[in-house]
Design a protein around this ligand. Sequence first.
Ligand code: NAP
Length: 473
Amino acid sequence: MVAAANEKQLLVGGEWIETGDWLDVRSPYSGEVVGRVAKAGAGEARSAIDAAERAMREPLPAHKRAEILVRVAGALGRRHEEAARLISDEAGKPLKAARVEAARAMSTYTFAAVEARKLAGEMVPMDAAQAGEGKLAFTLRRPIGVVGAISPFNFPLNLVAHKIAPALAAGCAVVLKPASQTPLSALLLAELEEEAGLPPGWLNVLVGPASEIGDVLVEDDRVKLITFTGSSGVGWKLKERAPKKRVNLELGNATPLIVAADADVSTAAKKVSQNAFAFAGQSCISIQRVYVERGAYDEFVQQLVPLVEALKVGDPADEDTDVGPVIDEGARTRILEWIKASSGQVLTGGELEDELIRPTVIANPGRRDEVSCEEVFGPVCTVTAVDSIDEAIALANSTRYGLQAGIFTSSLDNALRAAQELDFGGVTVNEAPTFRSDQMPYGGVKDSGNTREGPHYAVREMTEERLVVVDLP
Ligand code: NAP
């Protein structure tokens, strides 16, 4: 029986609306319905864009935008446990990881509030050129216009926050389409923004068929920027179809980590056990490929395998569960097929435990195996022995992805070489490449994307620079 509290309407132009058509939200663990949401189509998407465009005709001053963002951060603090349980229910995320996500969303709103207050252009040194003598010039940062936001299932609260909080800081109204499998956390944020005083039309939330809503966002010229987080295939197609819009892409990765022979092997093994399998590997920067210099390989594997076997697999609602389900049956089947197809040696895992994929470590897979070159997005990591740091860097760079990568080493030379030569948006040294703090510039190169998120950087993307030149008397 669905709890009335989790029966959610859509938010369009400040009205919570029903469409007569409902979408069930199911727990990826038990299959039970945990909520249901009114389903939108192209008509609601057009109304939402109308509402967003109307809202922006009356700009909200920066101090009001900042106050709303601060109030939402406060509400997230007060309702932290409720938000964490919602994430856990709809995404199947273990409760302890869901609590971290809920706390991070609060941090994202707090940073966005700071950005709203300090949003400003800059002075241009006009007399630096002869032509500029006698002129004063500065830039204004203007909101780009209506933002279309599309978010994935795996961080249903904080990755929505990373779009809608900077958009408000920038002074842009938003039409948001969260993932159909996990829309409840996004709708909670919409409620919190409304309670915090957000006027009608500034945030509109549509849940429904991706291609139908996506088409409206792509085709409507009033949507000036689409911010998309999700898989590479979908993201790059969206960009191709919207050449006149800014289309900001945060996409997948097949995250590599290098362990040098001189590394602190115990720390590296511990970090891999914690960061390759959390949320069943369904983070875009979950460690997937570990390249270990031969001198440290045996010790690393001996330390890693028992740590992985000690992880608790089970119900995400249990306080001590480390690894829960993957999002759906399709993902589970694909991941098991990729494990089976690999020519490497399965050191642990590789099969199901109570219908859940056990954390899996594969030694020395083939270079063309899917687990070596595609994004697994499951509880699987590979360990490969390499002869040198050169070889490790070449292998780390050998996929089409470039989001984050890491190295464990005690040598400054190795660390600085990795920082220079790993072709990724971010490189961590003696920290898992899964590390993210919400103010960081976060994003990828190559097929992993074309932008940086983190409120400071997202606000920059969501504003246009306007030059003002004044002739001095
Ligand atoms: P996905 O299947 O690409 O879906 C992402 C979003 O796009 C969902 O809201 C989805 O809607 C929507 N969508 C799908 N087809 C669309 C279309 N034709 N037009 C417009 N929208 C469309 O990705 P996912 O499985 O949810 O998320 C996993 C992926 O996201 C992984 O590749 C992961 O690495 C990546 N990710 C990247 C980052 C980052 O910051 N770089 C962070 C998290 C995740 P429906 O749900 O309705 O299908």
